[in-house]
Design a protein around this ligand. Structure first.
Ligand code: ATP
Ligand code: MG
Length: 654
């Protein structure tokens, strides 16, 4: 790479000297020299040629001297570095030059080897400076982009939230409309809240958030906020209490910021507390108030606690995350608290048994009690909207009157309660539905009911989609159930991995309901074809397929067992279930799932199919009847005729 050097000296013969000494470098395009004769000229050149890497400058020159040039450099080109050249022993000027920011100095007469080393060193340094500056510029651009995009998202989101709010006020809104609109409202609000928090945090970091002092009853205000969280606490059966030793009165405080702080601390407390209580207390201190939010939740492990105020930090960042959120709540709380001139600290006890665990956030914030008239806006009632947490996980059997008993049974496994309810509501008109909130519950339900198809999320607490498929595929009872995986597109290889595990279909979130329905129908019709195929194998006397060539390993095993006792008319479904290590119910469901036949009928048809083979081998009808386990030849003949539309004797004749 070429190094461009500006040589500033009033001695005109230097030009010649340098050109000769560095002829090789110049010819090889490694160095390029630009010659000027005083400081002023140097400044002009620097302005016109910003790609100059370094300056070699004399100190004493007529016109503008080297030291004055040096002093002006940061304004003209902050990246360029100067090496000063002066007489040996000119210590005063050298000291001044160094203090003005010269990078290095050389003395005359110039030692050219030394000069070249100095040029290289300076050049490397300038390169580093430029790289750092570039990185910084990129970083700033990203931040600006982030801020812009968040800002841009806010307007359209607001334009979703307000019309939906309006629509929801319509009297006598039909229930499905109300349900769907409520879903839109909740989700849009959640997005809007996230966007607002991101904007807030940006503003706080750029120190652009103003303090607004309002006057109002602080204890009363906090009591109101706590009350807004009561429905959420009730849903999770948590005791929520507010206590204060402060008397009502007029206080000066920034209500908006207090609201955001409490919103985050209380949402966290509710989110991370499976059982027990949450206490908010407010105490008067010498300089303001102390706010304590305490919960009996899961706690924060000691080694993680230092990070909880970091932006985007979440303790549980595993794929199978049990809690929703983005990890900006506490970062915002911390910034807001310090903007209010306060401090926050946290103490926590994490305990795997859940007996003594809990978390306590303690905030000390200056607040002023005022008496008499103050020139400040009165505090308005809190405006925040608290959506109760998604319904607690639990197996929710969802029946729908419209779908008949004949409809296919679909199991929906999804941890996000809203998405789950949405899918259930969408499919319930055409299918029978069961729903589970995580892979484990899904697995239990799948074994219990052997659904015709499973729609499963990938990332879920307790057991994720992969693990669920793995269990399904390694259990003889469930290995045939087709699975459609729902995944977020964030995980690029999840598709491949899902297919490896044995998923049959794949849908990327966000998905279109129409596509979901279509793919579901395809899966079910594939199942139906397989079912028809298995039944054909028995019903078509001319197929050559035998029990050994049946693809499904469950059916193969079942046929083998029937084969062992083919001539035994007492062979029972109980015995088969025993042999297959399944309950009778599971055996029934599995056989029905694969063939749409009850097990007894399957056995009977298998016997009839075997009878064909035996007749072909030359056995007569009554021999055959006993060999395939019929109690009497006449009954055998009757059943045979019903099934194949001809008598055994006719069949032999043909
Ligand atoms: P967000 O607030 O953006 O919705 P979040 O709640 O995960 O997401 P923060 O509020 O910043 O993020 O909290 C960071 C992490 O600290 C949480 O993910 C959780 O692991 C832990 N944490 C916060 N509050 C509590 C609490 N009361 N009990 C246990 N853990 C907590
Ligand atoms: Mg939070």
């Amino acid at each position: 790479m070429k190094t461009k050097i500006l040589l500033v000296d009033d001695e005109t013969d230097l030009e010649d000297l340098f050109s000769k000494r560095f002829r090789r470098e110049i010819n090889a395009n490694e160095y390029e020299f630009v010659f000027v004769h005083d400081g002023l000229e140097a400044l002009n050149t620097l302005e016109q040629q910003p790609d100059i890497d370094l300056i070699l400058s004399d100190i004493n020159m007529p016109g503008m001297d080297g030291l004055s040039l040096l002093a002006k450099l940061p304004d003209i080109n902050p990246m360029v570095r100067a090496v000063m050249v002066t007489a040996y022993g000119d210590m005063d000027n050298i000291r001044t030059a160094m203090n003005l920011g010269a990078f290095d100095f050389l003395t005359k007469p110039i030692n050219f080897n030394d000069l070249q080393l100095t040029i290289e060193k300076t050049r490397r340094y300038v390169n580093q400076l430029r790289e750092t500056a570039e990185l910084k510029a990129v970083d700033e651009m990203k931040t600006r982009f982030f801020a812009n995009i968040t800002h841009e998202l806010r307007t359209p989101l607001t334009m979703i939230v307000s019309p939906v709010d309006k629509l929801l006020e319509t009297p006598d809104l039909p229930t499905p409309y109300q349900q769907h609109l409520t879903l839109v409202q909740r989700n849009a609000r959640q997005l809007l809240r996230l966007i607002n928090q991101l904007l807030d945090i940006n503003k706080l970091e750029a120190q652009q958030m103003d303090l607004v002092n309002e006057v109002g009853d602080l204890p009363g205000f906090i009591g109101q906020i706590v009350d807004l969280f009561r429905p959420s606490a009730d849903i999770k059966n948590l005791a929520l209490t507010f206590q204060t030793d402060m008397s009502p009165g007029n206080y000066l405080f920034d209500a908006g910021k207090w609201e955001k702080i409490l919103y985050n601390l209380l949402s966290n407390a509710i989110k991370f507390t499976p059982a027990g209580s949450i206490t908010v207390s407010l105490q008067q201190t010498a300089t303001g108030v102390r706010l304590i939010v305490r919960d009996t939740g899961i706690g924060i492990p000691a080694d993680k606690i230092v990070h909880v105020f970091d932006r985007f930090y979440q303790i549980d960042n595993a794929r199978a995350r049990a809690y929703e959120g983005t990890g900006i709540g506490l970062a915002l709380v911390k910034e807001l608290t310090s903007r209010l001139g306060g401090t926050i600290r946290v103490e926590s006890q994490a305990d795997s048994t859940g007996e003594r665990s809990g978390t306590e956030f303690v905030l000390e914030i200056p607040v002023q009690l005022v008496s008499g008239y103050v020139d400040a806006q009165p505090v308005a009632a809190p405006t925040l909207v608290v959506d109760p947490p998604s319904t607690p996980t639990g197996i929710e059997p969802s029946f729908h009157p419209k779908s008949s008993d004949q409809a296919a049974l679909v199991l929906v496994v999804e941890d996000n309660a809203e998405l789950r309810e949405f899918i259930v509501a969408e499919l319930a008109t055409s299918y029978r539905i069961r729903a589970a909130a995580n892979g484990y519950e899904g697995w239990i339900l799948a074994k219990e009911e052997l659904p015709d198809v499973i729609i499963s999320d990938l990332m879920m607490p307790r057991m994720d989609g992969y693990a669920l498929i793995d269990r399904l595929r390694t259990d003889l009872a469930t290995d045939h159930i087709p699975v459609m995986l729902l995944t977020a597109s964030l995980e690029p290889d999840s598709r491949l991995k899902g297919l490896e595990y044995g998923a049959d279909e794949y849908l990327t979130k966000p998905f279109h309901v129409g596509e979901l329905r279509l793919r579901l129908r395809n899966l079910l019709s594939r199942q139906q074809k397989l079912r028809d195929h298995y039944r054909q194998q028995l019903a078509q006397p001319d197929t050559t397929e035998t029990s050994e060539t049946v693809q499904d390993q469950f059916l193969r095993r079942l046929y083998q067992l029937v084969e062992q006792r083919l001539d035994d008319s007492t062979l029972s479904v109980e015995w088969l279930a025993d042999q297959m290590a399944m309950s009778r119910k599971t055996l029934y469901l599995k056989v029905h799932n694969l063939t749409h036949l009850p097990p007894n009928e399957l056995i009977r048809q298998y016997r009839l199919r075997k009878a064909i083979d035996l007749l072909r081998l030359g056995h007569n009808a009554s021999e055959t009847a006993y060999m395939v386990g019929f109690e009497s030849p006449s009954y055998f003949t009757k059943v045979f005729r019903e099934f194949y539309q001809q008598t055994p004797t006719d069949y032999v004749k043909r």
